[in-house]
Design a binder for this molecule. Structure first.
Ligand code: AMP
Length: 426
């Protein structure tokens, strides 16, 4: 038996309904904030990620799916989307359009992760980028759109963590500060962090090894050494969030795992998720497009991990999506079978979701199945019904049965109470 590759998943019905519903909400919310969808290739030149995500990061260092194509060009399955969006922005001269651009995306990303719950080698992200605005208001709007998305899904327990990562000019000073603070404890760090101490000390703050986290707690916070411009910027973002009543906490340890961030960085954490609690990460990247050879254009964005999001969706949202609300149309006899699809199509056009019985089940077997699979109602069509141009419908929640003229079926369906109400004993 051929099995799926490690770290990948098959998303099966009915769970795929949750994915579709979440994606629909994302598209609606982000579009209502002025967003447009962007779709970029799933693989890009390896160089793109090395130059943007950064050589000293875990992603580039050990998590990329990199392969030569048949002509020997090095390609990489995208581990994240911002680099591709920035590349597309430059390549398609999106700067010629009026700014800013609000671009959202949904799609699969690939990282060669060590296997553990909540970490997959193919996973999906939903993200939004605002490119061409450098104001605190841009960051606040981005966070407001993100917050709105979570609110629409019914979340009440998520926490936004926010930090100032400083400007690149502050970075050298800060890296040095961590190096000086942690070098005396070098031997206690994991082997990765010993390497990070030389190459990119900032990344030690990101390390998942508990001993390293304890030691990193002694390092200075970026905000302690950051210059005034970045501090004022992040203070501006905070003022907007407070005015909007969007709760957040300042987390001075937060650095994020990608090198292109500066100034505002944030994460959204779900208390339900345990060790991999981060549901969303993002921040500002004002130098990224210039670093990739484009003009100096600022940007800010986030990416939500859709796999983890679906795992912790609020029960109300889930129940509403998963409650099957279709009509099961069961034709009895050859004449009914011949008419059934045409009737079904008419009702579907009238807004009724109809699932036709197409395997030739007996009525008895069909009613059993209707119960098992949770249909809202069954419509039975036999010779008598054909003659009378009615269909015998059974409301499975209320348990009652009636005859409805073919043409009236959509109206009858729209008038059905939700299953839970119909079943409530009076
Ligand atoms: P990042 O691009 O690393 O900032 O990740 C943004 C979000 O994507 C994270 O907060 C996770 O929710 C999700 N994510 C990242 N890597 C994985 C993975 N290997 N498996 C599942 N979700 C992931």
């Amino acid at each position: 038996m051929i099995q799926r590759p490690r770290g990948t998943r098959d998303l099966l019905p009915p769970e795929t309904r949750l994915w579709l519903a979440v994606e629909t909400v994302a598209r609606e919310v982000f579009a209502s904030f002025g967003g447009e969808e962007i779709r970029t290739p799933v693989f890009e030149a390896t160089e793109l990620f090395v130059r943007s995500v950064g050589e000293g990061t875990d992603i580039v260092h050990k998590e990329m799916y990199t392969f030569p194509d048949r002509k020997g060009r090095s390609l990489t399955l995208r581990p994240e989307m911002t680099a591709g969006v920035a590349r597309a922005w430059i390549e398609n001269r999106l700067g010629d359009r009026s700014q800013p651009l609000r671009l959202f995306y949904l799609g699969p990303m690939f990282r060669y992760e060590r296997m553990q719950h909540g970490r997959y080698r193919q996973f999906s992200q939903i993200g939004l980028e605002i490119i061409g605005a450098d104001t605190p208001l841009a960051d606040a709007e981005l966070l407001a759109a993100m917050h709105e998305f979570f609110v629409r899904l019914g979340f009440t327990d998520l926490q936004i963590h926010l930090n100032n990562l400083g400007d690149p000019e502050d970075r050298a000073r800060y890296q040095e500060g961590i190096r000086v603070a942690l070098t005396p404890r070098r031997a206690e760090l994991c082997s990765d962090c010993q390497r990070r101490l030389e190459e990119n000390p900032l990344r030690i703050l990101d390390c998942k090894v508990p001993a390293c986290q304890v030691i990193a707690a002694d390092a200075p916070g970026v905000d302690d050494v950051a210059g005034d411009p970045s501090r004022q910027h992040v203070a501006g973002v905070e003022a907007h969030l407070q005015a909007l009543g969007i709760p957040y906490v300042r987390n001075r340890r937060l650095v994020r795992g990608l090198d292109y961030y500066l100034r505002t960085v944030f994460e959204v954490v779900s208390p339900q998720l345990g060790t991999n609690a981060v549901l969303c990460g993002g921040g500002r990247y004002d130098r990224l497009i210039a670093d990739l050879g484009g003009p100096a254009v600022p940007g800010v964005g986030f990416a939500i991990g859709e796999d983890r999001l679906v795992e912790v969706l609020p029960a109300r949202f889930k129940d509403a999506v998963l409650a099957r609300a279709a009509l099961y149309l069961v034709p009895m006899g050859a004449a009914a079978e011949n008419r059934a699809l045409e009737l079904a199509r008419g009702w579907i056009r009238g807004g009724v979701p109809v699932e036709l019985e197409i395997t030739g089940r007996s009525l008895k077997a069909a009613l059993k199945r209707a119960d098992r699979d949770g249909f809202r109602a069954v419509a039975m069509l036999g010779d008598d019904e054909l003659k009378a141009k009615t269909v015998t419908v059974r409301d499975l929640a209320a348990g009652n049965q009636s005859a409805v003229p073919f043409a009236d079926l959509p109206a009858w369906w729209q008038a059905l109470p939700p299953a839970r109400e119909a079943a409530r004993p009076e």
